[in-house]
Design a protein around this ligand. Structure first.
Ligand code: G3I
Length: 509
């Protein structure tokens, strides 16, 4: 049985899952393994895009981590092992061992690789900064040529120059800028193109996802480079977002203006951090941001794909760089998918694959009528939640709505948990009103949880709820949207369930 959801799915569109997989292969030219059917990558590939993750060598021996990296994602980016300090730690001494481990992993799992990164002011070995200015161009050209040549055929796209701008759109100081001025960018691109004419060449930066001074500067730069005939294929938008800073301004329009120049755009390092501790509201906002990024990319034909900057909080760069912040990734530290994962799946059109890919959206609400009178002064819904999926769900991310009409009388309420097999102390409840009253539903009882987990196949057991108006006037429950007459537990599609604020079960009134 498939859950009742509002989300679009491949099945809802009449495209069988296997066909989605086949279509994915046709569009990306990649080879999805059997395990990749219905994964984020396969769903993205059905739109002609990839879905990837950064990774790093110390993480690969973690078998559970590698299993998901190899199955869920169709593209990987080395977080550190192709940077200058890794590939040419001493002048003329190249070391490709760690980078090769990444391209080997990709080859074994049918994934493409974005090379990251050739020319960057950071993670630059000291010897580069110590060179006399007159030697920097030759050293840079040699570095780009050697690295790109080594990975010819194994790396499909390169972040040739990383982070060339300051926040105000001026050029960032670096040994390269000091030695060559802004010409270093065209020089690096030409060297990369000469070494691998088939590789897609990118400029990559952060805080250029929305319209603003920094993205204007990037727009001006790439326009000039294209006018001069410099080989350039795309702009990488890192997208290190934060719940507390809001969503980038006009992201889709910003991506579109680069695409209109004839360039590809890629989301190259997506994560959405927050001030810790995480809570349901921040987690819901995070899921919304991830969803909005996916939607923006889907809306822009030349957005070629999305890479998350590692997929799990277990291996995030955020906590060490921004103390007190974290929880930025699609999966938590135990490699369990979070609401953001579900939001991404849904945005990619795969929200109906509950359980098959570890989708936490496999929650269902069940209801029984334990109220002998539909016309008295109390409403007494009894609910339970069932996890029909294959992954554990954190109950603190879950809310449930029972929709009803207030009828006449007071507009204030008292709510109660009379009994619950998981204990009423962990069950929260309140009455709220939707912004627009609906037929049979001008209010809802919202139930939440202070903590606890729902393992695959587990149910909360019965939760007996009750509400009354503060003037104890009577209700007419017979026309209430969520009211039912069954006295045994059964799936209730008119009771809605949310994970991190995203609807995962039921049909809203
Ligand atoms: O390799 C050394 C190890 O020998 C040493 O013991 C250890 C002690 O600190 O440090 C190790 O190096 C660390 C390196 O990652 C490899 O793990 C550095 O300290 C650490 O600063 C470095 O962080 C990386 C960061 O770039 C550096 O700027 C992150 O892992 C990496 O995810 C991050 O990635 C960047 C992108 O390249 C560009 N965009 C922003 C993004 C996030 O900062």
């Amino acid at each position: 049985m498939s859950s009742v959801k509002r989300c679009r799915s491949s099945r809802a569109r009449g495209i069988p899952a296997l066909l989605v997989g086949a279509l994915a292969l046709a569009l990306t030219g990649g080879s999805a393994t059997a395990a990749q059917q219905g994964t984020l990558h396969v769903l993205a590939a059905a739109h002609g895009k990839y879905f990837g993750s950064a990774t790093d060598n110390p993480e690969l021996p973690d078998a559970a981590y590698s299993a998901t990296l190899g199955s869920e994602f169709g593209q990987i980016t080395p977080g550190n092992s192709m940077k200058w300090d890794a590939t040419e730690p001493a002048q003329g001494r190249f070391d490709f061992a760690k980078g090769d481990a990444i391209t080997d992993f990709a080859a074994q799992h049918g994934q493409t690789v974005r090379g990251h990164t050739l020319v960057w002011h950071s993670q630059l070995p000291n010897w580069v900064g110590a060179l006399p200015s007159a030697q920097v161009e030759a050293a840079m050209t040699h570095h780009v040529t050697e690295v790109v040549t080594h990975y010819r055929g194994a790396v499909t796209a390169w972040d040739v120059v990383n982070e060339p701008f300051n926040e105000d759109g001026t050029f960032r100081t670096s040994p390269f800028h000091t030695a060559m001025g802004t010409d270093y960018i065209a020089t690096a691109l030409r060297a990369a193109h000469a070494a691998d004419p088939d590789a897609k060449l990118y400029l990559n930066d952060y805080n250029i996802e929305g319209l603003g001074a920094k993205s204007d500067a990037m727009y001006e730069l790439v326009s000039e480079l294209l006018d001069e005939g410099v080989p350039l294929d795309g702009v990488g938008m890192q997208a290190h977002l934060a719940v507390q800073y809001g969503f980038p301004y006009q992201m889709q329009a910003n991506m579109q203006r680069f695409a209109d120049l004839g360039l590809d755009v890629a989301i190259t390092e997506l994560d959405v951090r927050m001030q810790l501790p995480a809570d349901a509201a921040k987690t819901a906002t995070q899921a919304t941001y991830y969803r909005q990024v996916v939607e923006a990319c889907l809306a822009v034909e030349h957005c070629v794909g999305i890479t998350v900057w590692d997929y799990t909080d277990k291996y995030s760069w955020v906590p060490s760089t921004f103390p007190g912040q974290g929880a930025a990734n699609l999966y938590d530290e135990n490699l369990l998918p979070k609401p953001a994962y579900s939001a991404v799946r849904t945005a990619l059109g795969g929200g109906d694959d509950a359980g098959e890919g570890g989708d936490p959206g496999a929650l269902r609400a069940q209801y029984r009528n334990s109220d002998s009178s539909a016309g008295d002064n109390q409403i007494k819904p009894s609910l339970q939640l069932v996890n029909t999926g294959g992954t554990t769900i954190s109950l603190s991310d879950v809310t449930v709505r029972y929709w009803f009409t207030s009828d006449d009388g007071a507009s204030t309420y008292s709510t109660w948990c009379d009994w619950s097999s998981i204990g009423c102390s962990d069950v929260t409840h309140r009455v709220a009103a939707p912004s627009t009253p609906k037929a049979g539903a001008d209010h809802y009882l919202e139930v939440g949880f202070g903590g606890g987990n729902l393992a695959p196949g587990a149910a909360t057991g019965e939760i007996q709820l009750r509400l009354n108006k503060t003037d104890w006037s009577a209700f007419d429950e017979s026309d209430d949207y969520s009211h039912g007459s069954g006295t045994s537990y059964a799936d209730a599609s008119k009771i809605t369930v949310y994970l991190g604020g995203e609807p995962v079960w039921g049909i809203e009134p």
